[in-house]
Write a protein that binds this ligand. Structure first.
Ligand code: ADP
Ligand code: ZN
Length: 628
């Protein structure tokens, strides 16, 4: 459906944005990207989750002649993507391995017949000559390569298929290609450009800041209880994702949440494909579900109203952390990224690196990733600033919406404590016995004559009992922070501690060690409430009649979604319903002016919404329970 022949591409694109999508203006760099691709140029687009990358290829596909072919690895989500477009009146279809031959043939005919604006394809299909021949016979407006970082990530499942995508430029040199990703590192950027042969592309790199996400990292002491507190204090009834490292802890955590009355589902690679698909579909469709998952879950999940992402284990890299937390708050409303991490995480990750396949260079790379993640955990400075600097940006010093900004940690001179700990490691080492993990050293410093301490004669060391001025939790914090800053290392399978090249400077008093004070465990709800009042423009807190109206609109939406078998957000986003509830329009024209109400949705749902609004004028019904 090429839109109007005469106007400049920029004008046509704006017209499509308003008519089809119901949005008034382009955001960020959308206008520039869309104009460039409409004009036939290649593009590499790096923008954070939720910034509106899909429109960057969907609109050019509608403006240009022919079908836009979207390569996406997210087979399980294709149906939802196509549904969302269909509701907007866009003609879309997909081809992947889940379809029966008849359905597939139907889509192929529609494509050949010029009946599709957008065709979603799984990358592996392009390795089949039959698919290439099919594409040859149709008319293609552009290729969009979604999740383009797949080509750059070592060991990524889809990497081989993505590598083969260089065929697109060779076989169809005249068709513009746009690669998009929410991964921000320079390395990924370079790999995408090289591997997909996008040497002539224009590059669009947005700031990766997600101002509506509040970053918080806490020391882990009793993770389930801590999680429970977060959920009940701040996210009761919200949709969210809880990430755990192992399948086992996924299962245990999901069971625990269910036992506490939360609606939680597990997701990991050990579940059979059907259960996984079912759980994912439920999470996408229902309001207020919690998905407890390994990192196998989440790529491409474009549920807009995920209100929190909680990590119960340390992510392996800052990239991973940022991608996972980025799944919160796509709709721009306030959301929480919460991570609990502890000493055991560091030990476990070091072990996984030691045991990982691959050469020394690979293990070094994994180690460097872990170090960067630890530095983020232990920083006393703004988390967001550190994250953005990691991705090569130059942010302001403080963001005002992370734990260290809202509740600055106290810093103390831990030089003496560090010396005591390092000296204990030296002295135990001199005895020539086995090596030990953090627990033994902490017992020694606290002067605890446990059997293990006594057996090895550690109670006769000079350092025995010299650390009674700190509590055990504080000592764990010291160990963690020394590990994070490379002043101590942890090795092998038993998490034994060892000195590093930098340790001696501390022991000889040549280096001061500043540490952050351990937060006392316990409720810290203040962080959240400070935040609420600060949050962005979208977050209109609805009160009274408007809040009640919003709930009625949501109930209508839930019924409509159920009837059509699509996720609720496909009908309208929360943000759109909020806007309607805050200033209810009296007619269709007023409704059309709302952000997110395009031509097709107006025609399909306009009258129904006005009916829901009109019911609000009825005299209020008497309270149901007068005797209470
Ligand atoms: P991404 O793929 O970058 O994560 P999406 O393309 O899913 O982001 O867009 C995120 C949300 O923002 C979607 O709900 C989309 O409809 C909305 N959106 C995109 N562009 C605009 C715009 N110009 N104005 C208003 N909303 C927009
Ligand atoms: Zn901050």
């Amino acid at each position: 459906m090429a839109d109007g022949g005469e106007r400049a591409p920029g004008e046509q694109a704006l017209a499509v944005l308003r008519r089809v999508f119901g949005y008034q203006d382009f955001r960020g760099q959308q206008a520039g990207i869309i104009e460039h691709v409409c004009g036939g140029g290649d593009a590499v687009v790096l923008m954070p989750t939720g910034s509106g990358k899909s429109l960057c290829y969907q609109i050019p596909a509608l403006v240009r002649n022919g079908t836009g072919v979207v390569i996406s690895p997210l087979i399980a989500l294709m149906q939802d993507q196509v549904d969302a477009l269909t509701v907007l009146g866009v003609r879309a279809g997909f081809l992947n391995s889940t379809q029966d031959p008849d359905t597939r043939r139907g889509v192929e005919y529609a494509f050949l017949d010029g009946q599709l604006d957008l065709l979603y394809l799984a990358p592996e299909r392009l390795r089949a000559e039959s698919t290439l021949r099919l594409l040859d016979k149709g008319s293609i407006s552009l290729f969009a390569i979604d999740e383009a970082h797949c080509v750059a990530q070592w060991g990524h499942d889809f990497r081989p298929d993505y590598m083969a995508l260089s065929v697109l430029g060779e076989r169809w040199p005249a068709v513009p290609r746009i690669a998009v990703t929410a991964t921000a590192t320079r390395h990924t950027h370079e790999e995408i450009t090289a591997r997909l042969a996008l040497g002539n592309a224009r590059h669009f790199v947005a700031s990766f800041d997600r101002p509506n996400i509040q970053y918080r990292i806490v020391p882990k002491n009793s993770p389930q209880r801590q999680l429970l507190h977060l959920l009940s204090a701040e996210h009761d009834g919200d949709s969210g994702i809880v990430y755990c490292l192992s399948r086992n802890s996924v299962e245990r955590t999901a069971e625990f949440l269910v036992s506490q009355g939360f609606a939680a589902l597990p997701y990991h690679a050990g579940l059979d494909a059907r259960t996984r698909t079912e759980n994912q579909a439920r999470f996408l469709r229902a309001d207020g579900l919690i998905m407890v998952a390994t990192i196998a879950f989440g790529m491409g999940i474009d549920k807009p109203d995920v209100r929190f992402v909680a990590h119960l284990d340390l992510p392996r890299s800052v990239e991973g952390y940022y991608q996972e937390t980025g799944r919160a708050g796509r709709d721009g409303l306030p959301s929480t990224a919460w991570l609990a991490y502890g000493l055991a995480d560091v030990v476990q990750q070091r072990r996984m690196i030691d045991e990982s396949e691959g050469d020394l260079a690979h293990r070094r790379r994994l180690s460097a990733h872990l170090d960067a993640m630890l530095a983020l955990c232990e920083t006393a400075e703004c988390r967001r600033a550190q994250l953005l600097r990691y991705f090569g940006e130059e942010p302001s010093e403080r963001c005002g919406n992370c734990d260290t900004c809202l509740d600055p940690p106290a810093v103390w001179d831990g030089t003496e404590a560090a010396q005591k700990l390092l000296s204990a490691v030296v002295r135990v080492g001199r005895l020539g016995g086995p090596s030990f993990g953090a627990g033994q050293y902490i017992d020694i410093l606290l002067g605890k004559a446990t059997p293990r301490v006594a057996d090895y004669g550690h109670d006769r060391l000079k350092v025995f009992g010299v650390g009674r001025d700190l509590a055990e939790a504080e000592w764990r914090g010291v160990v963690r922070q020394l590990l994070a800053s490379g002043l101590l290392s942890v090795t092998g399978d038993h998490g034994t501690l060892a000195l590093t090249d930098s340790s001696s400077a501390v022991l000889r008093g040549m280096r001061t060690v500043m540490l952050r004070k351990e937060q006392r465990p316990g409720p810290r709800t203040t962080v959240r409430s400070q935040k609420r009042s600060k949050s962005g423009a979208d977050n209109t807190e609805l009160a009274g009649a408007a809040a009640e109206l919003f709930e009625r609109l949501r109930a209508w939406r839930a019924a409509a979604a159920k009837e059509q078998g699509v996720p609720a957000y496909v009908i309208f986003h929360d943000a759109t319903l909020r806007q309607i509830a805050a200033a209810p329009p009296s007619d269709l024209a007023g409704l059309a002016a709302m952000n997110g109400v395009g031509e097709t949705k107006l025609a399909r749902y306009g009258e129904q919404i006005l009916a829901v609004l009109a019911r609000g004028d009825d005299p209020p019904r008497p309270p149901r329970d007068l005797t209470a």
